[in-house]
Design a protein around this ligand. Structure first.
Ligand SMILES: Cc1cc2nc3c(=O)[nH]c(=O)nc-3n(C[C@H](O)[C@H](O)[C@H](O)COP(=O)(O)O)c2cc1C
Length: 305
């Protein structure tokens, strides 16, 4: 059954999404990007359902912190226990999220080795249980989506796609790589296009978001036109250019006068300090200093704590 509050159906076409990025897209960065260029949808960093159900809950729950201005916002969860999804989603209902997303794509070795995220592509029956448990807990009050890749070792767009489209999800984000391909392999927008064609045959109602290697707003529009997706998700390019969602040229941020960049960095640092105070180590801001002045090497820095 579909959610009665499905914000995915109310978005403009095409719409733009700020991607979930662990240790990057916390509430402070999301609000900064929202203020500078106003993406249509925001995601939290991924949050571990086992962690949220454990005694160490306090160490992960900060990832769900968000403010009223962050709308619409989707909580992204990862884990492989349907019971934990059920438990977490019973509580999440009260945290004012507009959507819940299940991570079926992360390729970080430590995560995949423990049969999580991208590894779940090889375990569709467990994925089905997880989706059902999530939907049951949310009682159709909040739409459920997934973010995934198009195969584990090789593209399995037809097989994996048909399965996902049978789950009656509100939205599916496709990162056009396999779990085994690194950032050195380009995101495959031909496969994303095939996936859109498949959904047009099987389940037209599902909202599809394309992701991977979008370098600017204009590039996003071109990729959207080519593939037929409903929305475009941008990750790394939003860190090197937080103005990206306002249709500025590709190198807009890079070419800003240094004084302006310093002002934005100061604002970001102040927002960080005001919000997190002693809760989060201020050294997290270091990666942004580097990014603002010399680019972002996010893929190599991506670690799971
Ligand atoms: C530092 C970093 C952290 C990431 N964390 C997450 C995450 O928490 N959840 C998720 O689904 N994807 C995560 N990703 C993947 C991105 O959301 C996105 O799918 C990927 O970077 C491709 O998009 P892009 O080329 O626009 O960056 C992360 C990527 C990076 C670089």
């Amino acid at each position: 059954m579909k959610s009665s509050n499905d914000f995915w159906k109310t978005l403009k076409n095409p719409f733009f999404v700020l991607a979930p990025m662990e240790s990057v897209t916390d509430t402070v960065f999301r609000r900064l990007v929202k203020e500078l260029s106003n993406p249509d949808v925001l995601f939290t960093e991924f949050v571990n359902t086992d962690g949220l159900c454990s005694r160490g809950k306090d160490g992960v729950i900060h990832r769900l912190r968000h403010e009223k201005s962050e709308k619409p916002i989707v909580a992204q969860l990862w884990g492989n226990s349907p019971e934990h999804y059920y438990k977490v989603c019973q509580d999440i209902k009260f945290l004012k999220f507009d959507g819940v997303d299940i991570n079926l794509g992360c390729s970080v070795p430590k995560v995949v080795k423990n049969e999580n995220c991208g590894a779940l592509i090889n375990n569709p029956s467990l994925v089905k249980e997880i989706v059902l448990a999530t939907k049951e807990a949310l009682r159709n009050e909040i739409p459920v989506s997934v973010k995934t890749r198009l195969g584990y070792r090789r593209y399995e767009t037809q097989k994996w796609g048909s399965f996902l489209l049978s789950l009656d999800l509100a939205a599916i984000t496709i990162h056009g790589r396999t779990v085994r391909s690194t950032y050195a392999v380009p995101s495959n927008w031909d496969e994303i296009k095939k996936f859109v064609e498949l959904k047009n045959e099987i389940n037209k109602d599902v909202v599809i978001i394309g992701n991977g290697d979008v370098t600017s707003y204009k590039d996003g529009l071109e990729k959207q036109k080519y593939s037929g997706v409903d929305g475009i998700m941008i990750g790394r390019a939003a860190v090197t250019n937080p103005y990206i969602f306002s249709d500025v040229p590709k190198n807009y941020f890079l070419n800003l006068p240094i004084k302006e960049k310093i002002e934005i960095l100061k604002k970001h640092a102040k927002m960080f300090q005001d919000f997190w105070q002693d809760e989060k180590d201020f050294r997290v801001m270091k990666r942004f200093y580097k990014t603002y002045f010399s680019g972002f090497d996010g893929a190599s820095e991506f670690s799971v704590k």
